[in-house]
Ligand binder design. Structure first.
Ligand code: BG6
Length: 484
């Protein structure tokens, strides 16, 4: 539907930004933190900085919160590093690690900023990985439960919004790339066992949050990439649905309905897969009623029919940051992703598609009728300080304006959206592309090769976003295209 007026955002809408521990904190060996698997993973990415310094938020958090406050933030989404809280398997939490997040949370609360905390964002402690073989062994269930219960007890008096596992769907779908997969030969079946163990961890975190945090709310964080059919050929529509099932809906259905959907059960039957679901898992799922969906959405995809005899192809991600390097996956008999000629792309070939944001919110709302918050959305770009000492990022302003406007349109369409926290507050270490792919509203003066002085320089987008949020979504700024 077209509307005559600009959107109105609800009172108490949570306007902020996002980050994740290993992508911003640095200080990897300080105050008792022990290594996490992602520390090792970042070291394998040639040409990019590892996560030992990144934005050095660990030492700059006061200054960072001050900048959030000046911008008028009412929320901030960040994650806790498990290996700061439990650096080893002694069962004794690390008081210095606990203190760091207490200090951060206190600074936020004092500044009127609602903390939204992710319990797990890819950074499994190495000791957990070594002891349990990552997510492969059910022993991790108790270790995770111990960790999340400590977080709820320590911070639950001030933190009311909790997120369980970041992008579990992506960790399974791209398990080889994100380091979850330990054996490529058996991953076809293993991924569903691993996924079930993650689901049990998610469910137990939901149960523990409701038990231990007065007024606490908790939700999952699927990575969401809406998928369009390439054409109106009926087989392309089914291919798009297949892709949506296998990359998203299997997870969102599970979180909302607390059981596996018919599509994935049929897939397991068809492929002789035993995901090793135990009766006690079903009990935990039945009790794990989520309160909202946290959604990460950057882009859309397009799918076409893939015949059963087509050659399987993996995603080839863009590493150079020069357009045209990415190639799409083919899953024979299910779907193939293709280029969408209707949308522009970033330098890393990610589709720039604000309408996908509105589509996703409507889709999730229609299916599940649960409140939603955006916990990631943003533009990765090459950027540096200009001669005038400032950082000019007009593309990010355009990207955010168009995306937020579509969040507003979804609200006008009747969706319940409670917050918007784009990726990212400061520049940080990109999962795939190090410091060279910048997402921040605030520039961090460092590069992949050279840790400069780590100065914080608010970009033009920071000031633009600040005006928008201080007006609760009314001041859209000067319009290049005159549209909004
Ligand atoms: C999300 C992750 O999938 O995408 C973030 O939760 C990540 O950790 C973000 O940084 C952007 O991806 P990338 O590879 O550009 O950093």
């Amino acid at each position: 539907m077209e509307y005559k007026d600009n959107p109105i955002f609800p009172a108490r809408f949570m306007w902020g930004a996002s980050s994740a521990s290993w992508q911003v904190e640095g200080a990897v060996n300080e105050d008792g933190r022990t290594p996490s698997v992602i520390d090792l993973n970042t070291k394998t990415k040639e040409g990019y900085a590892d996560n030992s310094v990144t934005a050095d938020h660990y030492h700059h958090y006061r200054e960072d919160v001050e900048l959030m406050k000046k911008a008028g933030f009412t929320s901030y989404r960040f994650s806790i590093a498990w290996s700061r809280i439990y650096p080893d398997d002694s069962g004794v939490p690390n008081q210095l690690g606990i203190a760091f997040y207490n200090n951060l949370i206190n600074s936020l609360v004092k500044s009127g900023i609602e903390p939204i905390v992710t319990l797990y964002h890819y950074d499994m402690p190495v000791w957990v990985d070594e002891k349990y073989g990552g997510w492969y062994d059910r022993g991790i269930i108790d270790a995770f439960d111990q960790y999340v219960r400590t977080c709820f007890k320590e911070y639950g008096d001030r933190v009311k919004y909790w997120l369980s596992i970041n992008e579990q769907n992506m960790q399974i779908c791209y398990g080889k790339w994100l380091g979850v997969c330990k054996n490529e030969d058996t991953w076809e079946e293993d991924q569903w066992k691993v996924n079930n163990i993650m689901n049990v961890c998610h469910a137990k975190a939901v149960i523990a949050c409701h038990e231990l945090v007065p007024g606490g709310q908790i939700g999952p964080v699927p990575g969401y990439v809406p998928i369009y059919p390439e054409t109106c050929k009926p087989a392309d529509q089914i291919a798009a649905q297949n892709a949506e099932e296998m990359t998203e809906k299997v997870w969102t259905d599970f979180y909302a309905h607390q059981e596996y959907n018919g599509f994935i059960k049929a897939y397991w039957r068809e492929h002789n897969i035993n995901p090793d679901i135990r009766p006690e898992d079903l009990d935990a799922f039945a009790k794990a009623k989520i309160d909202f969906f946290a959604l990460n959405c950057y882009r859309s995809n397009t799918a076409r029919e893939a015949k059963p005899d087509e050659k399987a192809e993996d995603y080839l991600l863009n590493k150079s940051g020069k357009k045209g390097e990415l190639s799409f996956p083919v899953v024979p008999g299910m779907y193939a992703l293709t280029k969408n000629s209707y949308v522009e792309t970033t330098d890393w070939d990610w589709e720039i598609d604000p309408i996908a944001m509105r589509y996703m919110l409507r889709y999730v709302w229609d299916h599940y009728q649960l409140p939603m918050m955006i916990t990631e959305n943003g533009l990765g770009a090459h950027e540096d300080v200009s001669e005038d000492g400032k950082v000019h990022d007009p593309e990010r302003i355009k990207f955010l304006r168009d995306q937020i406007f579509q969040v507003g349109r979804a609200i006008q369409d009747g969706c319940e959206v409670i917050g918007y926290n784009p990726w990212s507050f400061t520049d940080l270490l990109s999962t795939g592309n190090g410091m060279s792919k910048r997402y921040g509203l605030v520039f961090i003066n460092t590069t992949d090769k050279d840790v400069r002085d780590l100065r914080r320089i608010p970009k033009d987008s920071y000031y633009w976003y600040s005006n928008l949020i201080k007006s609760n979504g009314q001041d859209w700024g000067v319009q290049a295209d005159g549209k909004i």
